[in-house]
Design a protein around this ligand. Sequence first.
Ligand code: HXC
Ligand code: NAP
Length: 294
Amino acid sequence: MQEKYNQGMLRDNALEGKVIAITGGGTGLGRSMGEYFLRLGARLAICGRREEKLKQASAEMEKEFGGEVFYTSCDVRNYEEVEAFRDKILNHFGKVDVLLNNAAGNFISPAERLSPGAFDAVIDIVLKGSKNCTLAFGKHWIENKQTNKVVLNIVTTYAETGSAFVVPSAMAKAGVTAMTRSLAVEWAKYGIRFNAIAPGPFPTKGAWSRLLPGNIAEKLNVEQEVPLRRAGEHQELANLAAYLVSDFAAYMNGEVVIIDGGEWLQGAGQMNFLEVVTPDMWDWIEKATRGSKE
Ligand code: HXC
Ligand code: NAP
């Protein structure tokens, strides 16, 4: 059977009529998800700190996929800028239906080497930024009694488990997960759904340059850490995101969906290290374990 994971999954125009705001939508996974939303008929509003990057991304996306990509620079750490981002979208499109909290900052480091400012650099983008956007967009929807709205948060698998060497990111993503589940309940009465996606390794320049700098990626062989022995394709993530923001997912609320080829479970199972055992060794082990009752 031909592999289908590089193909779009939803039917044509599945997101027609929706206005989708994506933080960090000019690069990496934010851009890939945005491109698929565009193909499905949505209109986009993207933000980030670097206006030039956004301008270029918006022009390229419109050229390749048609539709409309509104862009404006906005630092999600600053609540006033987030309100301005929201208001510019409202001026431009007249409404906003989906908020995709995708912007993030991260790098690897032993925690004891980090200054307080280094912790804040990551926590402020991820946790405070997601809070700022959620509050600004949510208040608008609630005050104006607008329903059928969606917030989708991009977290990580280690938001659940914690992880050494990315402590600020793990703390911040755990907070975003808690916000997702808390508001899924509290704001359901206002017609706002909350879900999150926890991606495994999906190669992007932003993540790879900070988490696997230099030739670490080749040395570590990241694919080996994944039971399916490959990294994720951006289209696979885009398919899941498009479903979760679409009306087809109207009964999905408060869910954190992991899409990682089984990576985090490989790290978790106590006996998973036995993957290295050869058939000859298994013969010996079988004999030894069968004989153990004597
Ligand atoms: C130690 C560091 C550091 C490093 C910065 N700092 N980089 N400390 N090791 N590698 C310290 C600085 O010395 C400074 O400390 C403080 O952090 C702020 O640094 P700035 O450079 O001023 O920060 P800023 O310009 O705000 O940039 C934020 C950033 C940067 C997070 C450091 O990398 C960034 O802009 N990232 C955005 C994109 C990104 O990270 N994408 C990857 C997401 S991947 P002082 O003491 O002077 O204050 C991801 C994947 C997760 O999340 C899961 C993968 C499987
Ligand atoms: P990326 O390309 O570096 O994306 C990060 C984006 O966030 C950039 O566009 C960046 O733009 C924006 N951003 C950073 N700080 C900002 C701020 N203060 N205000 C507004 N925008 C800001 O990395 P990525 O890999 O695509 O990551 C996207 C999301 O996926 C993140 O939430 C990340 O944690 C998550 N994730 C990625 C992976 C992976 O394997 N790639 C795995 C798990 C989770 P500017 O620099 O211009 O501001």
